[in-house]
Design a protein around this ligand. Structure first.
Ligand code: OOB
Length: 543
């Protein structure tokens, strides 16, 4: 099994420790401490289910002992695919407690993605629910995964387990539990937005990740009296750590789970639980802005609304801020690889509405470079590169991606094009890579093109992003047919049989006779996508 590592050079590690960013805390360590300090305080709330800090810790220890009892070992990786249910927390803290490593899949992922995570992480187990909030039966997926992945030794199911191991029955000898992990060890694997090809695995350490949400708590005003609403999927980095449910648990605050981010589900929960803070992607924030003024639910407890994951335009930001006057909008521009920027709660309106914030840490190093690697003049757009106390230095098990995504001196190439204001705030202008940011879900053009090319009537395919009023961006697949022309609906239906997440199915399909070539011959994929996109936009503008 490949070792899990995330290593900063010694002089950087020493600096981050000396500055007090890395304090030697661990996930099981901080939860045990909170459970001792405030055993009866509510930790997790989901509908009528309420777990106290002591209850959550006891469940995590039972799960940890149970994982060991069925034969899993410290260091094992475990793909976790759970929605916004309390068991998510019992499972992941159980894994942390047993020194195992969660690999965070999203509820929308299907067999293709899950198999990729299982393989890439060399996982020994997969944890899922019997069914998702949308009714999807994960046991069917588990059966298929087990067939193709010999290494997968255990499938653990929350709910009706059928032939698999029921999570509810897990328990074991607490005396067999190991001591707390090394704070500089990898705590979990997060997944990348997948800008090129398949998602990469992001190893985050206890030290680095805990710093990112502890500092976020301060920036977002999270205290023990806060109640954080998890409206986006709990496994996504944004609701996990900005400041997220992990920030809330670190603070001893309440984590309130919503099965859906839609206003009709989330608003009554906000009113009932006195939610004080939450995070949304821009399309949802706009939906909330539309519904809030006429809502019969009392939303006055909500003090901070974080919006990020995709660009929030100044006009949209204004609408969101105006619709919730008692609540402060906070823009957040972050990435699962590390760097997170926030507008600050006391920033004046123009900064909050027009920028995507500034970095968390004084030691976040930010470079804005032209395509040749030279710094751009102040205020000009360029490629954003970064390194710092919670930005990874390498992906797991992916030398090709590492060579492409990191500079020799350890900067991560974010792929984003940004400008920096004189006060150090970043304004996102776009991105260099070919991915589609569909309402915060990142889709790799290359990955979808690969699927399309497997269709017998597709000669060639190019996938591009097009601006979309609601989603921010949607995906459009240009297809050169071969033989019988495939119909758009049929092609989309066929894509669904590829067992991929629904958000990756192209929103639009355009058949063309050929792709452009230049006098010099074939043009690059990147150039081709850019031209096709421009052509589509020009045609749409004419209509
Ligand atoms: C968050 O994380 P990822 O890993 O799903 O996606 C990161 C990418 C960024 O590189 C950027 O391209 C885009 O998402 N992005 C934004 C943005 N926030 C993220 N683009 C424009 N404006 C923003 N405010 O999406 C994520 C992780 C932690 C906190 C927030 C978002």
């Amino acid at each position: 099994m490949l070792p899990l590592r995330q290593v900063w050079p010694d002089e950087f590690a020493a600096r981050y420790r000396a500055a007090g960013y890395w304090r030697g805390e661990t996930f099981p360590g901080f939860l045990r401490a909170r459970a001792a300090e405030r055993p009866d305080a509510p930790a997790i709330i989901a509908g009528d289910r309420r777990w106290t800090y002591a209850g959550l810790w006891a469940r995590a220890e039972a799960a940890a002992a149970g994982f060991l009892a069925i034969g899993l070992r410290p260091g094992d990786r475990v793909v976790v695919q759970l929605g916004n249910i309390p068991e998510f927390f019992a499972v992941v803290f159980g894994l942390f407690r047993a020194r195992m490593v969660p690999v965070y899949a999203l509820p929308g992922h299907r067999l293709t993605e899950i198999t990729h995570f299982l393989r890439k992480s060399e996982a020994a187990a997969y944890v899922c629910a019997d069914r998702g909030a949308d009714g999807f039966d994960y046991r069917v997926l588990a059966r298929q995964a087990r067939e193709s992945e010999a290494r997968l030794r255990h499938v653990i199911v929350v709910g009706e387990a059928e032939e698999f191991t029921p999570f509810a029955g897990l328990d074991g000898d607490r005396g067999a539990l190991p001591g707390d992990p090394d704070p500089s060890a990898v705590a979990f694997l997060q997944i990348s937005g997948g800008t090129t090809g398949l998602s990469k695995l992001i190893p985050r350490t206890h030290d680095d990740y805990i710093y990112s949400f502890r500092a976020s708590n301060e920036i977002c005003g999270v205290s023990p009296d806060s109640a954080f609403l998890v409206a986006l999927p709990a496994a996504h980095n944004f609701p996990m750590s900005s400041p997220g449910h992990m920030g809330a648990l670190y603070a001893g605050a309440r984590v309130v789970l919503s099965p859906s981010p839609s206003p009709d589900v989330a608003f009554p929960i906000i009113a009932r639980e006195g939610v004080t803070i939450t995070g949304l992607v821009p399309p949802l924030a706009l939906l909330w802005a539309q519904s809030a003024p006429a809502s019969k639910h009392d939303l006055s407890s909500l003090k901070v609304l974080l919006v990020g994951g995709a660009k929030l335009t100044p006009e949209a930001a204004r609408r969101v801020q105006d619709s919730l006057p008692a609540c402060r909008l906070q823009q957040v521009f972050g990435m699962a690889e590390g760097l997170v920027n926030y507008t600050r709660l006391d920033d004046p309106d123009p900064i909050v509405l027009e920028t995507q914030g500034r970095p968390i840490s004084p030691d976040d190093e930010v470079l804005i470079l032209d395509d040749l690697g030279n710094p751009v003049p102040e205020g000009e757009p360029g490629n954003l590169l970064t390194r710092g106390p919670y930005t990874i230095r390498a992906y797991h098990n992916d030398e090709t991606a590492n060579a492409r995504s990191f500079t020799p001196d350890g900067y991560y190439r974010t792929g984003d094009i940004v400008c920096r204001t004189p006060q150090g705030y970043l304004v996102v202008q776009g991105r260099a890579g070919d991915h589609i940011n569909r309402a915060g879900e990142k889709i790799s053009a290359e990955e979808i093109e690969d699927h399309l090319l497997a269709h017998p009537n597709v000669f060639d395919a190019a996938v591009v992003s097009v601006p979309d009023e609601y989603l921010g961006e949607r995906s459009c697949a240009f297809i050169i047919p071969r033989g019988e022309k495939p119909r758009a609906v049929a092609l989309k239906a066929w894509m669904r049989t590829r067992n991929i997440a629904e958000f990756k199915v192209p929103d639009q399909v355009v058949l063309v006779e050929s792709f452009e070539t230049t006098a010099a011959g074939k043009i690059s994929r990147k150039e081709l996508r850019a031209r096709l996109r421009a052509r589509l936009l020009a045609e749409e503008a004419e209509r």
